[in-house]
Design a protein around this ligand. Structure first.
Ligand code: ADP
Length: 764
């Protein structure tokens, strides 16, 4: 807006100055029409051939000899003719150059103003056009005046254009422009004085000026071409470097476009990449991060040229092509479009819009643009390849990092080169502590026979049978002994890497422990099965051989002993059967069980076989029925009752109490035995677990395991609370069944009730 106002102001000033000149000047020997036409043509030629340094939206300094050609014009023509010829010649030349109307108007106006100012100075200093020193000085001053007016008018335009672009002038640019201006103006001054002198000799000699103009044009073009050549090549080198230095599409293309924009001296550099999602446009409109944007958008220009463009091509708004038509409807006037091909398909287009640098080097630029497009293609291919490699690597790293197996690699000199998370979890040593060291010995590795293993010397051991055993024992950081089942792969050395042994280690500590427990169990079971048979056989033999000679008490003792041992055997067999049913997943807990009745029967049976023990039962105050199998309830209760009897001293009583609490039925069995240490109170419910201190009692380690599994299968649980040295209480908690059922099993009347103590029934 400000720019337009300014152009209008210059035009107005030019008109005013032309009027003043027209009324004040009067040339003594005005030139004829032929000379004026000749001068007009030369002026037009000068403007047409000028080599412009386009800057800031198409406005820029032009290096030509206009003031020089204007000098003979103001020397030989009166004010209004001068302004008229100058304005006409410039307007025609600018139109021929296809300059924008605004630009043509400004050029015409500012040169009109400069010409008028020059004419005023010349007329004021030398109105009679003398041939002496005064005359020469006046011509010189008039030429300098025109240069000055032109310089000032033009630089105000440049500043305003810069403001519109949001840029600020730099000192070095201003200096270089001043220097360029001084050289051009100096040349114009010399040309002007020479042409005036030539005119005085013979008006036709003015034609000599054409030789100057053409010569300067050629020199200017050569200079511009050289400079543009340098800038473009430097830009190309920087742009390719930007691509080479990056492995990320966004950063790479940003740097590339910034360098390309600067190197090609264009307003906007744009890279359009086609994909299934549409056109991804990377656009660089200014140096720095703020001038860069990436978006997915419809790009008519890219779609129009993509498939048809064989190589880098220039288009201008309204040049008759489809691209030219699209450009005319956009904010740009010129574009250099370069296709990007990969394997025969066009994957995108590089657009460079509106040059703001010097003219010249046009053909060279096309080649550079093509070379840059090829660079972008190979950059994108390289990045895609890298991404694929990276994805593969990440996949492998994920597998390595997330597997529960331990994996490590060790070089032939014992240096550990990798250590995965699985191994860190097993050993307690993290990768940072061990990778790069030769400290595998920290884990104190041993073989099955307890011999130390030197993994550092695996290269010597690997070929010896049993040198690297399958099962290796190690000690973790926390001092825990672990067994690892290891498999080994030897990876031969390459040019860049030494020979490596990759070890995959699986933690088999638990499996080995289970194996050991099973062995113990088999030994225990065979012992348990045989032990009761001895007294059973013995008493049976005695009863058979000498039964008639035994008195009532002796016979009773014999039968009780047989009964007790048979019960033990039965319980053992039932436990083993139940354990295998549970392991096989066959648990069937339908039905309703009467806990009171079942417990009473167990107590009674226990007392029948162990009349020496005291067992106190407190039955439930209300019917205590639970949802589940009666057999399961019997198994669970009899296991904890049997343990209480087994693990507590013979002279200490055992209390069995049945209560209901909320929706639960609770059977609590309390003994006054050795108790169970706090850290073992959970462990004893595991398979085959037996405490060291109770090893003198025979057992299989299955009872509590089965009790818990059955209790949980019925929706309840079994827990223990114990004070070591003072005894233990096992709590069997089962959810109550809502419906009452008739008590099952033998009824309490069969029991011999000796005394009553409140609610406690003491049975013998
Ligand atoms: P078993 O009695 O056949 O060994 P259990 O599974 O019934 O197997 O019990 C596991 C272990 O728990 C026993 O070996 C014993 O060490 C401990 N234990 C069980 N009940 C008691 C108890 N009432 N008092 C002390 N220790 C007990």
């Amino acid at each position: 807006m400000l720019l337009k106002l300014y152009v209008a102001a210059v035009a107005a000033c030019a008109a005013a100055a032309a009027t003043v000149v027209a009324t004040t000047t009067n040339v003594p020997h005005p030139a004829g029409a032929a000379v004026l036409v000749m001068l007009g043509l030369m002026l037009g030629l000068t403007e047409f051939l000028q080599v412009r340094q386009y800057r800031y939206g198409g406005h820029g300094a032009s290096h030509n000899l206009i003031e020089g050609v204007l000098a003979p014009l103001i020397f030989v023509a009166s004010g209004e003719v001068v302004v008229l010829v100058a304005a006409l010649a410039l307007a025609v030349a600018d139109s021929a150059r296809r300059a924008a109307p605004m630009k043509t108007l400004f050029n015409t106006a500012q040169w009109g103003l400069a010409t008028a100012a020059g004419a005023l100075v010349l007329n004021a200093l030398d109105p009679s056009r003398t041939r002496n020193g005064v005359g020469i000085a006046a011509v010189c001053l008039a030429i300098v005046t025109m240069s000055l007016v032109n310089y000032v008018a033009l630089h105000i335009v440049l500043l305003l254009a810069m403001r519109e672009q949001g840029e600020s002038p730099t000192r070095s640019r201003a200096l270089s422009e001043l220097l360029g201006g001084l050289i051009a103006n100096g040349a114009a001054l010399v040309t002007g004085v020479a042409l005036v002198a030539a005119y005085m000799w013979s008006p036709w000699l003015i034609l000599l000026g054409a030789a100057f103009v053409i010569g300067v044009d050629a020199a200017g073009r050569a200079n511009a071409s050289l400079r543009a050549d340098h800038v473009r090549l430097e830009g190309m080198q920087k742009a390719t470097h930007a691509l080479a230095a990056s492995i990320d599409v966004s950063t790479g293309l940003h740097a590339f476009l910034m360098e390309t924009r600067a190197g090609f001296e264009v307003h906007v550099a744009e890279l359009v990449l086609f994909s299934e999602r549409g056109a991804t446009v990377h656009r660089c409109t200014a140096a720095g991060g703020a001038g860069y944007a990436v978006c997915i958008e419809h790009h008519p220009l890219a779609e129009a040229v993509a498939t048809r463009l064989p190589e880098a091509t220039r288009f201008a708004a309204g040049d008759g092509t489809t691209a030219g038509a699209i450009l005319a409807g956009s904010e740009h006037t010129r574009v250099l479009a370069t296709p990007m091909r990969s394997g025969g398909t066009t994957i995108g287009v590089l657009f460079l819009y509106d040059r703001i640098g010097m003219e010249g080097f046009e053909r060279g630029e096309l080649k550079i643009a093509d070379a840059l497009a090829r660079e972008v293609v190979s950059f994108l291919e390289r990045v895609t390849l890298l991404q694929a490699i990276d994805a593969e690597r990440n996949k492998l790293a994920d597998i390595l990092g997330n597997t529960s197996d331990g994996i490590f690699s060790i070089e032939s000199d014992g240096t550990i080169t990798s250590w995965n998370a699985g191994l860190a979890a097993m050993t307690g040593y993290v990768a940072e502590e061990v990778v790069g060291t030769r400290h595998f010995g920290l884990l104190r590795p041993r073989d099955q026979h307890g011999r130390d293993l030197l993994f550092e010397r695996w290269a010597d051991l690997i070929d010896t049978p049993g040198g690297l055993p399958g099962d290796v024992q190690i000690v973790s950081q926390s001092g825990q002994t672990l067994w690892l089942s290891c498999s080994y792969s030897r990876i031969p050395e390459t040019e860049t890497r030494r020979e490596v042994l990759v070890v995959v280690a699986r933690n088999i500590t638990q499996a080995r422990e289970l194996e050991r427990l099973k062995d113990d169990f088999v030994a225990a079971v065979s012992h348990e099965l045989r032990t009761p048979l001895v007294p059973i056989k013995g008493w049976a033999q005695t009863l058979l051989n000498r039964g008639d000679r035994l008195n009532e008490d002796q016979r009773r003792t014999a039968v009780q002993s047989i009964l007790a041992q048979a019960q033990k055997l039965e319980s053992l067999v039932l436990n083993i059967l139940e354990a295998s049913r549970i392991e096989a997943g066959r648990t069937d807990g339908d039905g309703v069980a009467d806990v009171g009745g079942i417990t009473a029967r167990i107590v009674e049976d226990t007392l029948a076989s162990r009349p020496d023990r005291t067992l106190r039962l407190r039955p439930p105050s209300v019917p205590a029925n639970v949802r589940g199998s009666a057999v399961w309830v019997e198994r669970a209760v009899s296991n904890i009752v049997a343990n209480a009897i087994k693990y507590s001293p013979d002279d200490e009583p055992v209390d069995v109490v049945i209560t209901t609490e909320g929706d639960d039925v609770i059977v609590s069995v309390t003994d006054r035995g050795p108790g169970i240490a706090a850290d073992a109170q959970e462990r004893i419910f595991e398979r085959f677990e037996r405490l060291e201190e109770s090893r003198k009692q025979t057992g299989t380690g299955l009872g509590l395991y089965i009790t818990r599994r059955l209790a949980r299968a019925m929706g309840g649980d079994v827990t223990v609370s114990s004070v070591p040295g003072a005894g233990s209480t096992f709590l069997l908690r089962l959810p109550a069944a809502p419906v009452a059922v008739q008590p099952t099993g033998r009824v309490p009347e069969q029991r011999i009730i000796e005394e009553r103590d409140g609610n406690v029934v003491r049975l013998h």
